[in-house]
Design a binder for this molecule. Structure first.
Ligand SMILES: O=C(O)CCC(=O)C(=O)O
Length: 303
């Protein structure tokens, strides 16, 4: 990484420890009955106390974690276009502690990860994404979807998203480098929750365009990207941050997460902790003819 990129994307802040007091009230979308992550331990919602995932989330928080640098209470969101990957923008400090708690609470309540037995879950269709409705206004209010960070019409489309993937990462887990399938429109966002991780970017082995056939066959990236390649760029995804991918970043670059238990961040090895991500996309209209079941084939390889 060059120094500008390091400055913008290498970060030595780490692990938004969910027990730390970094909550702030920038976003007013939170219902009164929202619980803080800390409060989840005392709650008697259906899955929470007995849910192994919930337990490991609680255990992954570490009061003695000195590597964590809390965000200032009123820090505004920051939007930083990547200097070398057109269409990639990193939006930090978008989700407050409460916002993250609210998303995690829904994920746990919906038992998407089957108590930690599976590490990926998908939703298809607007109705299945109703639990995320409030999040759309947060995206807009925080400026995340605004020009010049996001360009073009996709930020005004209706619905904004109709497909999501939730991914759960334990230390050592990763996702193979891939370009998201042609069945999804341009304009993709990835939300990071709980703890930080490093995402790598590689020039795509096979680039894609917005007009490629929606059923572009099996994902070529899961096979061809298995070879070891050094990433061209790496981006530190802090909890509460979002990346937006559009244009070249969406079609001409692969993104992936290495299977490792620690990341090198500004010359310092940082141990990974449990992380959850939400990827939000919109299916191309013709893609519904393939059907959600087929659409699940060829998603990026999880490990
Ligand atoms: O978990 C992440 O941050 C990346 C997820 C992703 O690339 C995917 O689901 O296709």
């Amino acid at each position: 990484m060059d120094s500008l990129e390091k400055e913008l994307f290498g970060s030595d802040t780490e692990s938004l420890d969910s027990r730390s007091d970094h909550g702030h009230d920038r976003h007013r979308h939170i219902h009164e009955d929202d619980l803080d992550i800390d409060d989840l331990a005392d709650s008697d919602m259906e899955h929470e106390n007995s849910d192994p995932l919930f337990q490991s989330i609680m255990e992954s928080t570490d009061d003695n974690d000195t590597s964590y640098m809390p965000l200032a209470k009123d820090s505004p969101p920051q939007h930083t276009p990547h200097p070398h990957i057109p269409g990639l923008c990193l939006h930090t400090n978008v989700l407050s502690h409460e916002d993250q708690s609210r998303l995690m609470q829904s994920i746990i309540a919906k038992n998407f990860f089957k108590g930690g037995e599976q590490n990926q879950a998908m939703c298809f269709g607007q109705r299945d994404l109703a639990w995320l409705d409030w999040f759309e206004s947060l995206l807009k209010d925080s400026g995340t979807l605004s020009e010049p960070f996001c360009r073009g019409d996709w930020t005004r489309r209706e619905p904004l998203f109709d497909q999501s993937i939730m991914n759960l990462y334990h230390p050592g887990d990763g996702i193979k480098p891939h370009v998201d399938l042609a069945r999804f429109e341009d304009g993709i966002i990835i939300v990071s929750l709980l703890n930080a991780i490093t995402m790598d970017f590689y020039p795509a082995l096979r680039t894609m365009t917005a007009t490629d056939p929606v059923d572009g066959g099996a994902n070529p990236y899961t096979q061809t990207s298995a070879t070891n390649r050094a990433p061209a760029h790496s981006v530190r995804l802090e909890p509460g941050s979002i990346i937006t991918l559009q244009g070249p970043a969406r079609y001409e670059w692969e993104h992936g997460i290495q299977e490792t238990t620690r990341d090198l961040v500004r010359d310092e090895w940082i141990n990974r902790k449990i992380r959850v991500s939400i990827t939000l996309r919109k299916m191309r209209p013709q893609a519904w003819e393939i059907g959600p079941t087929a659409a699940q084939n060829g998603v990026a390889d999880r490990t």
